[in-house]
Design a protein around this ligand. Structure first.
Ligand SMILES: [Zn+2]
Length: 223
C-alpha cells in the first residue's frame, strides 16, 4: 500500500505468525493511533450495549478485542504467493491428490461472528504439485478475513488453480455458523456445505463423483 495512503484507509498491521505465547498479544504491533481508535470504538460499543467499560472485568476488554480481531482477520495481510513460496515441484503424477479435514475458522461478514468447520481440497496435477502443508495455509489466507462461505470456497479453488494450473481442482467446505446456531435451538445442527469444482472436477462425471465421495466419506483413519 502506498505510504501516502490516508490514515483512515490504512489497515491495521497483522500480528506476526511465528510468535510464541498468546498470538492475540502479538497483535500489539498494530500501531499507535489506529490501535487507540480501535480501542475507543470497542469501549463505545460496550457503552451502547449498556455496559460500564470502566468496571474491573471490562477494563482491558477494548484492548483485547482490538488485538483479537486484528489477529482473526490477519488474512488481509497474507498473500497466496508468499504462503506457497517455492514449495511448487515438478512431478509427473496425474492422479488425484487430496487433503481432507483441514480445520477452518472464519468470521461471517454479515454478523462478524465465527463460522468454523472443515475444508477438503483435491486437485489433479498437470506437471506440478505443491507441498501438502501449503493447502491449509492457502485456506488461512482467505478464511482469516470477513467472509461468506461461498466466496471462501471459490477463492481457495481459484488460488490453487492459479498456483498449479492443474487439470482440475475441487474444494468442499462444511461449516457451522454461530450466527445461525446462536439464534434458536432448531438450527444448532445445521451445517452449511459449499463446493467449488473446476476443470476435470466440473467436466468429468467420474472424477467429480470420486472427489465428492471421498470428501463426504465420514471415516477418519485416526479417529
Ligand atoms: Zn452471519
Amino acid at each position: 500500500m502506498a505510504a501516502d495512503a490516508p490514515r483512515s484507509s490504512r489497515p491495521l498491521r497483522a500480528a506476526r505468525l511465528d510468535a510464541a505465547g498468546d498470538p492475540f498479544d502479538d497483535a500489539t504491533n498494530i500501531g499507535g493511533d489506529r490501535y487507540l481508535e480501535f480501542e475507543n470504538l470497542v469501549r463505545r460499543q460496550l457503552e451502547l450495549l449498556g455496559e460500564e467499560p470502566a468496571r474491573d472485568g471490562l477494563a482491558k476488554t477494548p484492548s483485547r478485542v482490538a488485538k483479537s480481531l486484528t489477529w482473526l482477520t490477519r488474512g488481509y495481510q497474507m498473500d497466496v504467493q508468499d504462503v506457497v513460496g517455492d514449495a511448487v515441484f515438478d512431478e509427473e503424477h496425474h492422479s488425484m491428490v487430496m487433503v481432507r479435514d483441514i480445520e477452518l475458522y472464519s468470521m461471517c461478514e454479515h454478523h462478524m461472528l465465527p463460522f468454523f468447520g472443515k475444508a477438503h481440497i483435491a486437485y489433479i496435477p498437470n506437471g506440478k504439485i505443491v507441498g501438502l502443508s501449503k493447502l491449509p495455509r492457502i485456506v488461512e489466507v482467505f478464511s482469516r478475513r470477513l467472509q461468506v462461505q461461498e466466496r471462501l470456497t471459490e477463492q481457495v479453488a481459484a488460488a490453487i488453480e492459479d498456483v498449479l494450473k492443474p487439470l482440475g481442482v475441487g474444494v468442499v467446505i462444511e461449516a457451522y455458523h454461530l450466527c445461525m446456531m446462536m439464534r434458536g435451538v432448531e438450527k444448532q445442527n445445521s451445517k452449511t456445505i459449499t463446493s467449488a469444482l473446476r476443470g476435470a472436477f466440473r467436466d468429468d462425471a467420474k472424477t467429480r463423483d470420486e472427489f465428492l465421495r471421498l470428501a463426504y466419506a465420514p471415516s477418519n483413519p485416526l479417529r
